[in-house]
Design a protein around this ligand. Structure first.
Ligand SMILES: [Mg+2]
Length: 238
């Protein structure tokens, strides 16, 4: 039976925002900096940048401010990473951070069947909301670029409304806009805190998009009600 409503995450749920592993994205970003860093140092620098990114984003207290200004954040992470390999160069850090943004933007693509599945769900009478964290401009740029706006009954961007996942208001506001409640709604997403642990506490049925295919990590904060490897699995059975 289809649910009454589905709340969808956008990044890495409907849109694939990088190719390969996150560490490889840093490594590809560094290709154009071989003159400054030296070919031999590129792998070690990529490891350091990735480690700095993991450490940076693991700090929940600064996550919200950081994701609302990704340009500044990625410059800062690049600076932290470069320092780990003994490079103190703020200009270079800014250029690497900006280059990462450009590369991610270029490699961004819709996951297979995204439009088709959304349209199918809507035609089946399921009310759909897009609930995405991040700032107004970059998020709406993606919504337009990937032709998502008209496919949803409600679009909620953190930078527009002032609250985001995992704040309970983010889910309740979207459900209210759809005329739905927690008992008849699903949340679909890739983030185990924002789209599984937090909505599950509110009684929402949670679907984890395991887009990497690596399975649930040992330290998962909660068990999703369902795990899908691809979006097409969402409409199986109805
Ligand atoms: Mg996501």
């Amino acid at each position: 039976m289809p649910p009454q409503a589905i709340l969808f995450d956008m990044d890495d749920t409907l849109i694939s925002s990088f190719k390969g592993s996150p560490r490889d994205v840093w490594r590809r970003t560094l290709d154009e900096f071989h003159a400054e860093l030296g070919h031999a140092a590129l792998d070690a620098t990529a490891d350091a940048l990735y480690a700095a990114a993991l450490e940076f984003w693991s700090d929940v207290s600064r996550h919200k401010q950081a994701r609302l200004d990704l340009v500044r954040t990625r410059r800062e992470i690049s600076g932290l990473g470069l320092r780990r390999v003994g490079v103190e160069d703020e200009t270079l850090a800014h250029r690497i951070g900006d280059a990462l943004n450009v590369l991610r933007d270029r490699e961004m693509t819709l996951f297979p069947h995204a439009h088709e599945i959304l349209d199918h769900l809507r035609a089946a009478g399921v009310r759909l909301a897009l609930v995405t964290n991040g700032a107004h401009e970059p998020q709406w740029e993606k919504i337009r670029r990937f032709d998502l706006a008209h496919r949803f009954d409600h679009i909620q961007v953190e930078g527009d409304v002032g609250f985001g996942k995992p704040e309970p208001e983010a889910y309740f506001h979207a459900l209210h806009a759809l005329g739905a409640d927690t008992k008849t709604a699903w949340m679909v997403g890739d983030n185990l805190e924002w789209e599984v642990a937090a909505p599950k506490r509110l009684g929402i049925h949670t679907v984890w998009h395991d887009h990497t295919g690596n399975g649930l990590p040992d330290n998962a904060p909660a068990q999703p009600d369902r795990i899908i490897r691809g979006l097409a699995e969402l409409i199986e059975g109805f």
